[in-house]
Design a protein around this ligand. Sequence first.
Ligand SMILES: [Fe+2]
Ligand SMILES: [Fe+2]
Length: 260
Amino acid sequence: MREKVHQLYLDFLEIAETKRQWNIFNDIPWERLDSVQPIEAVARAMEVYCTEEMYVPDYSAEGLRLLRADLEMVGFQIRWAFEESRHGLVFREYLTRSGMRSAADVAELETPVANRAWTLPFDTRRRMSCYGALQEAATYAAYKAQKDRALASGDQVAAAIFHHVGSDEAAHAAFYRSMIKLELEQDRQGTIADLGHVLANFKMPGDGLIPDYHQRLESSGGGLSARAFVQKVILPTLTSLRISRAELKLEARRQPAADA
Ligand SMILES: [Fe+2]
Ligand SMILES: [Fe+2]
């Protein structure tokens, strides 16, 4: 298992460094902001995303604490944290460079982060891999919708941002799915039961931490409906993992007995 996880991390890192690498200085067409008609709803959605990404100190600290004995996962966690930190950064840059928010407005976004820490929603590596697969897929789906909205409105800058950030989120989801596949090889029933448990208790990281999280995402068109969550997150994840809905239900039913 350790050797396989190490190889997964190496493969992830190789693609990250050679194909997926991007930076906020050269890869976002900032000069086009002059011709962009900024949309207030985009800025409002981006504020929520930005704050959610800014919990990266907690995501990193809590993740590293959980994984510190799994050295091959530690490298992934650190690289992942770097990528998440550039997401918050590029959103901040858009909000200020577009003139939609002042530096003081953007500094305000840190308030919920300073007020309350995010804590691990689940306490084992396997359950956190399940959580990661779902959360990253949901984030990717939300950012993909934002990219499409930006393209439709002619905002090439926001489209480029959501394209690059979304490609990171898709890669994160794929890594966690690969982790779940390794876990399934080790213990299929237990892993599916964990996935069922995580699904039953799933919420996004900012939910409960960022004030009016759902209401702000809904009103800005930045959220993912329950239907979209099933169609764009749960079903593709199950298909990729080759787990049927019947099997998931069966193991989830077994779970309360196993937990007792
Ligand atoms: Fe992110
Ligand atoms: Fe991510």
